[in-house]
Design a protein around this ligand. Structure first.
Ligand SMILES: NC(=O)c1ccc[n+]([C@@H]2O[C@H](COP(=O)([O-])OP(=O)(O)OC[C@H]3O[C@@H](n4cnc5c(N)ncnc54)[C@H](OP(=O)(O)O)[C@@H]3O)[C@@H](O)[C@H]2O)c1
Length: 335
């Protein structure tokens, strides 16, 4: 059975494709799953290049979807043939977060889903949305759930709210879809005029190019009629936060999600106080959140935006495509 593992040296060119032994039969409470697809996340890239150090030999990738082949004794939620999708925090079932690190995240602290078959506790998976492909479902555990948590769980988004998404990556495009689903008005930034056209066609009310317009936050604020946005999907970090604050309305909600410009920096605390903002750190979500999101997806026509699907063997090329920032939405691998 095939797997993609972290080599002795970090780097996407050092990822090793190996043959490993079959995981065998599921024990009590476990299921055996044939993994059909993965999606890539910036987190996976950071593990692969050693920014997030993980053990050599670690099976990569946090997100996987596949088919249940066998269930162990005591498993009632799944049966052979069910389509399932993994969890970013497999031990966090509900309520407040139980971890503040990635020690139990697949593809980082523990083995991930870049592998043909796994035997894992049944609770480490949920059912997939009905009728979705495995690649579509594999986009959900990290990017989908983070956007859901930011807007629906934490943001309690309402019809008529204004939402700002930054860029056109996996989290932001899910946020766009969930915001439109809720009846919100969506604003966006991007680095590309071509992507701006794509966003406008998808129903975004207005787009600002953050490369040519450094004061994009003020611009978005003005475009909302001088009120500002209710929610910001902040995927940039310290290099973008000041402009996100500028874009927000008084009392607005900023979901602090991404680290593209680093993990520490200057913050205009005076502006946060003056605007009485709610700034909430988001680390994906729990199993109950994922079940709620999938229930909602089963009731809508939303399908994930997949930029491209690479064969499993081309995992390095898939990561290269990811860091090229030419994609819109998600990048997947098929086993
Ligand atoms: N906290 C959490 O729970 C959580 C969960 C998932 C992801 N994340 C983090 O959130 C971020 C986004 O993840 P993702 O999976 O959506 O990544 P992704 O799909 O790789 O997103 C890439 C896109 O982000 C945009 N972007 C990059 N740098 C930017 C910047 N400085 N300002 C504005 N936009 C920028 C670009 O869009 P354009 O080409 O349109 O400019 C780029 O194409 C990453 O930092 C990731 O680690 C955090």
């Amino acid at each position: 059975m095939k797997a993609a593992i972290l080599g002795a040296m970090p780097g996407i060119n050092h990822i090793q494709r190996v043959v490993i032994s079959d995981p065998g039969k599921p024990a009590y409470g476990e299921i055996r799953v044939r993994i059909a697809s993965n999606s890539l996340n910036f987190h996976d890239f950071n593990v692969a290049v050693g920014v997030l150090p993980a053990a050599a030999g670690r099976i990569l990738l946090s997100d996987g979807a596949g088919v249940v082949e066998e269930v162990g004794e005591g498993v009632t939620e799944f049966a052979p043939g069910d389509n399932v999708v993994s969890l970013f925090f497999p031990d966090w079932r509900e309520g407040e977060a139980t971890v503040a690190n990635f020690s139990r995240t697949p593809g980082d602290g523990i083995d991930g889903y870049a592998v043909s078959r796994v035997v894992r506790p049944a609770g480490w998976f949920t059912h997939m949305p009905k009728g979705w492909t495995h690649s579509e479902a594999a986009t959900l555990p990290t990017a989908g759930l983070t956007a859901w948590r930011a807007l629906v769980v934490n943001g309690k988004i309402k019809a008529g709210d204004d939402v700002l998404i930054l860029g056109t990556g996996g989290v932001s495009i899910f946020a766009l879809q969930f915001a439109l689903m809720a009846g919100a008005r969506v604003w966006a930034t991007t680095s590309s005029d071509e992507k701006a056209q794509w966003l406008l066609k998808k129903g975004v009310a207005g787009v600002v190019n953050y490369r040519t317009e450094p004061e994009w936050g003020k611009k978005i604020f003005d475009m909302t009629g001088g009120r500002g946005v209710d929610h910001v999907i902040e995927i940039g970090g310290p290099g973008t936060l000041s402009q996100s604050i500028a874009a927000a309305r008084i009392g607005g909600h900023i979901s602090l999600i991404g680290v593209f410009t680093g993990v520490t920096g200057d913050v205009s605390t005076g502006d946060i106080i003056a605007k009485q903002l709610k700034i909430k750190g988001v680390a994906v979500g729990n199993r109950a959140h994922q079940c709620d999101m999938i229930k909602a997806l089963n009731a809508t026509n939303i399908r994930p935006v997949i930029d491209c699907i690479f064969p499993f063997e081309e995992i390095t090329a898939a990561f290269e495509h990811q860091i090229g920032n030419r994609h819109i939405g998600k990048i997947c691998l098929e086993l």
